[in-house]
Design a protein around this ligand. Sequence first.
Ligand SMILES: Nc1ncnc2c1ncn2[C@@H]1O[C@H](COP(=O)(O)OP(=O)(O)OP(=O)(O)O)[C@@H](O)[C@H]1O
Ligand SMILES: O=P(O)(O)OC[C@H]1O[C@H](OP(=O)(O)OP(=O)(O)O)[C@H](O)[C@@H]1O
Ligand SMILES: O=C(O)c1cccnc1
Ligand SMILES: [Mg+2]
Length: 520
Amino acid sequence: METIPKENGSTTAATPIRAATNPMVTPLLTDLYQFTMAYAYWKAGKHLERAVFDLYFRKNPFGGEYTVFAGLEECIRLIANFHFKKDDISFMRSVMPNCEDEFFEYLTQIDCSDVEVYAIPEGSVVFPKVPLIRIEGPVAVVQLLETPFVNLVNYASLVATNAARHRFVAGKDKMLMEFGLRRAQGPDGGISASKYCYIGGFDATSNVAAGNLFGIPLRGTHSHAFVSSYMSPDEIVVKSLRSHDGSSTCMDFLTLVRTWLSKLQVMRSGIPNFCAVALALNDLGYTASGIRLDSGDLAYLSTEARNFFLSVEKEFNKSGFGKMAVTASNDLNEETLDALNKQGHEIDAFGIGTYLVTCYTQAALGCVFKLVEIKDQPRIKLSEDVTKVSIPCKKRCFRLYGKEGYALVDIMTGEDETPPKVGQRLLCRHPFNESKRAYVVPQCVEELLRCYWPGSSNKPREELPSLNKVRERCMQQLEQMRSDHMRRLNPTPYKVSVSAKLYDFIHFLWLSEAPVGELQ
Ligand SMILES: Nc1ncnc2c1ncn2[C@@H]1O[C@H](COP(=O)(O)OP(=O)(O)OP(=O)(O)O)[C@@H](O)[C@H]1O
Ligand SMILES: O=P(O)(O)OC[C@H]1O[C@H](OP(=O)(O)OP(=O)(O)O)[C@H](O)[C@@H]1O
Ligand SMILES: O=C(O)c1cccnc1
Ligand SMILES: [Mg+2]
């Protein structure tokens, strides 16, 4: 078993890293051009050059000003098990018939034992331009990792953020259930949605496989088919029901239900029927769970249902009956949740599918993977579009907290710079806009990038936390955000900055790399 040194110097056995959740996540799950480049690096004798890549995104999704980072564990699982099988190599030979045998021998030997991965903990609230993951290693190997890493982070972070946004609108005390499996983009979309919506703050899923794989609480009601499958009460053949404590048996439960129904006022809905069954069950010591509304005006119907439950409680002295859980579903999204809140409603739990898991209002997060240094030489990607210019250098990243405990700004520095210190004023600069800068005296400094895969270095490796720990981190991080960054309408952008030294270097490199045009 692998042993790693702990920060305090002692060594403990590191928990072994499991295979990727989805068996389709293999070294072949990448774009052809990564192999083309790996071959070209190899051919040029460059393949072992040490390179540093940053994985980041450029813009927060859903018109918001924050993103929940997710997908890290699956990235680490991929690299922990990264090697080409014989069949993979044969396939690549058939795809690249003009490449030398030695190249395929090289591919056979590749693993990630010489790759270092630093990342922000999964479940953290993150912002544009700040590297979520920094990957360092032989350029050919890290190049092959680009597509799977971006793939594993993109949807995971997008859907976790979508879930967090739905939670924000619904409020803390509502039960949120992810109901999206049938509408998700295929099996992986469905499983991933269940996992990452849970991280983003959902309480449960209807997806049984996700419950089995990840231990996410399973919840569910029943569908229209079940109700409409009965054409008449005559179809109910087994009429007896044992009391909850087993002490007696009601021989004709249907008649008991009908007796209750005759006592309830008539309402043109299933509510009196439900109440009659619930009251009959109550007679036998059972507690009914509640109802689900799946059509019509959910604010109105939930309020009517609640009033009915309360009147039953009062009229028949059934303590607690008024608190019967009301679940709602049917094309819910942030807007409908917000509208329901504004109107007032009596819904306790929401089941949300299509809009949540398909991320209907934003198709992708747009993560990118950019080379920032090779052979100790910083690299920059230039673009006419300033938002696409990358931030060069192997960097360290910090989150600085202010007096009130809220996060104030993220700052990137060069690797060898003195890190920010509590109580010490430092200049934080916008990476590209000269006039945007601020002094900050941090009350707390959090280093964002931590070592999740030390490669051949002897750094201690962060353990991969359980899903519940990741979810807790997410909840706690969202709490620490100032409310103006979180609001849905015109939220304040969170500041992402670079140190004065890094700022000067970016602009020096930019000028030295940008060709000077000639006017004629
Ligand atoms: N009080 C409300 N305020 C705002 N939106 C609501 C309210 N009640 C329901 N909605 C939303 O209105 C839409 C109603 O859609 P639609 O008319 O297609 O459904 P329906 O006819 O009620 O039900 P079904 O799915 O059975 O056809 C859904 O997106 C639902 O979430
Ligand atoms: O509405 P969503 O947010 O996608 O949540 C999942 C939906 O799945 C079920 O609908 P069903 O498959 O029965 O289809 P229908 O409601 O369109 O008839 C359920 O009744 C919800 O309406
Ligand atoms: O349990 C439910 O009510 C449910 C589950 C998935 C989709 N729609 C409803
Ligand atoms: Mg529906």
